[in-house]
Design a protein around this ligand. Sequence first.
Ligand code: DHB
Length: 313
Amino acid sequence: MTGVDLAIDLAGVALPNPVMTASGCAAAGRELDQFFDVSELGAVVTKSIMRDPRSGRPTPRMAETPSGMLNSIGLQGPGIDSFLANDLSWLTQRGARTIVSIAGSAVGEYAELASRVGASAGVSAIEVNISCPNVENRGLVFACDPAPASSVIAAVRGEVPSEIPVFAKLSPDVTDIVTIADAVMSAGATGLSMINTLLGIAIDPDTLRPVLGGVTGGLSGPAIRPVALRCVWQVHAAMPDVPIIGIGGIRTGFDALEFLLAGATAVQVGTVIFHDPSAPMRIVSELAAELADRGIKSPAEVVGFAHRSGDAE
Ligand code: DHB
C-alpha cells in the first residue's frame, strides 16, 4: 500500500490513473492485452484512423536512432468502418477506456470521422491528429499553422457531443507552440496532447541513401523528452487551466512525474512499448511509488508544481 490514489479527472472524464498508451504504438490494444489487462490503463489511445483503408508508406518504415526511433508508417489502417466494428467494439467489451485518434487529409474528412466516432458507444475522448509528419506534403500538417489547425478542430467540435472531450495533438515542429495551442483552444478544443513526433531523416552507411522508404519519418523516444517537456511547460505557463496530456519519450515512473510537474494532467507512453510491452503498467506502479516517496497523495497535487518555484521560470 502506497497511500496514493492515482485516479484523475481529465477534462471531466474519470480515469483510474494518468497513464495511457500513445497513439500508433499499440494499435487498438489487442496485442498488449497478452502482457497486461488493458482495462487497468488510464486509457488506450488508438492508432489514428482515417476514413478509408490505407496501406501506408513504402518500406523500410522504421530506423533506430540514438535514444530514439524514426518511423514512417504513413497512417496505415483499416478505415473507419472496420475500426468501429472490430477494434472499438473489442475495447468496449474488454472494459477499457478508449480515446480514439482520428486523422484526415482534409477538414471534411476529420468532420466525417468525428461524427462517426462521436455517435459510437464507448468513446471516452477524441484525439485529433493534426500533426502526423508522414503525409504527402507539409501543407497537410495542419498543426504547423494556426488557421488550418483551428479549422480542423472547429469542424470536429461541431460534430461531437459536448460531453466528449476533444484533444488536439500538436507538433513541436513550429516556431511558437503557444500560438498553435491558443488557436486550437479558441476553436473549441477541450485540451491538448503534446507532443507528436519530430520530423527527421537517417542515412544508410552502405547505400549512402535515406534509410526510410518514405525518406523522412517521425522521431520519438527518450531523445525527444526534453523537447516535449519544454512544450508542456510553455503551454501550461501560458494557459494553466488547459488540460494537457504529456507525451514524449516516457519510459519510467519518474519520467511520467516530470510531465505532471511541467503541467500535464495525464501522460502517454509510446516508443518504450516496442521493446518492453509491459512498460505502461510498470510505469503506473512506478509513478505511484515516486509520489509515495515524496509524500504526495494524488497526481492532481503536482500538476504544474515545477512552475511554483519562483525563479525557475
Ligand atoms: C505516423 C503518424 C504519426 O502521427 C506519427 O507521429 C508518426 C508516424 C504514421 O502513421 O506514419
